[in-house]
Ligand binder design. Structure first.
Ligand SMILES: O=C(O)c1cc(C(=O)O)c2c(n1)C(=O)C(=O)c1cc(C(=O)O)[nH]c1-2
Length: 244
């Protein structure tokens, strides 16, 4: 381990290199999803499982909000919760995700009850919420930085799915449109914070570790989907199954 801290620019470059190596845009399941290689049932399995990630994001943000020391930071982080939960006048991200699962023909209760979700989805998503609860504020903020890479995957996903799947419409995928502006805005704050506050070698190693951890938990969710619904195609007991 180097004993000299990185400059803010070098730290940012090291964070971006982690994304280039291990962000879930590279996962084989996403390649199949975006290239039109999955059938409707497999796309449903993806959307049903990812609902838990979407539904847990405001809980993880609320956990962090409670720990933030000053009003400016809390105001910034509070906006993320509104993005996902809505403000009562316009639907938030969780509601828009349910519009996506509706559009794919999933039953709402099957989705929101979580009873058909893969166990590995629960373990991975809960690990994120617990990480943000238990680690330093700096690590918690750094773990959100996968959003540096999400506009690229979202653009690729929306274009690919609209091109390849006749059961998907622009309305079904409307969840993703606001994310293209929300994610960069969230990243501006989180990246500035990390660049400014990760000063020592130990702090910099911690934020790099936090981003690797986050990439890993996104990857693990797709590993589980691939194992259950692509090859070998073995959904665990009780999980969402292809209608016979
Ligand atoms: O579509 C995607 O691949 C993707 C990835 C990520 C991410 O990188 O964590 C998020 C989202 N979408 C997303 O929609 C979202 O609201 C979100 C919040 C967060 C976070 O860590 O706080 N990541 C993501």
């Amino acid at each position: 381990m180097s004993r000299t801290p990185l400059s803010p620019d070098a730290l940012e470059a090291a964070l971006r290199a982690i994304g280039a190596e291990r962000y879930h845009i590279l996962h084989p399941f996403h390649r199949l999803l975006h290239d039109g290689k999955l059938d409707r049932f497999q796309v449903q399995a993806w959307a049903l499982n990812r609902y838990y990630y979407q539904a847990s994001i405001p809980a993880k943000d609320a956990t962090l909000l409670a720990r933030l020391p000053d009003p400016g930071m809390r105001r910034e982080w509070r906006r993320r919760i509104e993005d996902h939960d809505g403000d009562g006048s316009a639907p938030g991200g969780v509601e828009r995700w349910l519009a996506l699962t509706d559009g794919l023909g999933l039953d709402r209760d099957d989705v929101t009850s979580l009873r058909l979700m893969l166990p590995a989805t629960r373990f991975a998503v809960d690990a994120y919420v617990h990480f943000v609860r238990d680690r330093s504020i700096l690590e918690a903020i750094a773990s959100s930085l996968t959003e540096m890479f999400s506009p690229e995957i979202i653009s690729e996903r929306v274009a690919g799915m609209l091109r390849h799947y006749d059961f998907v419409s622009p309305e079904t995928l409307a969840y993703f449109t606001p994310r293209l502006t929300q994610a960069p805005r969230d990243v501006d704050f989180a990246l500035d914070h990390v660049r400014e506050h990760a000063r020592t070698v130990a702090e910099q190693q911690a934020v790099l570790g936090a981003l690797r951890f986050k990439c890993d938990l996104l990857w693990a969710q797709l590993d589980a989907l691939h194992h259950a619904y692509v090859t070998p195609g073995l959904p665990p007991p009780g999980a969402f199954r292809r209608p016979s």
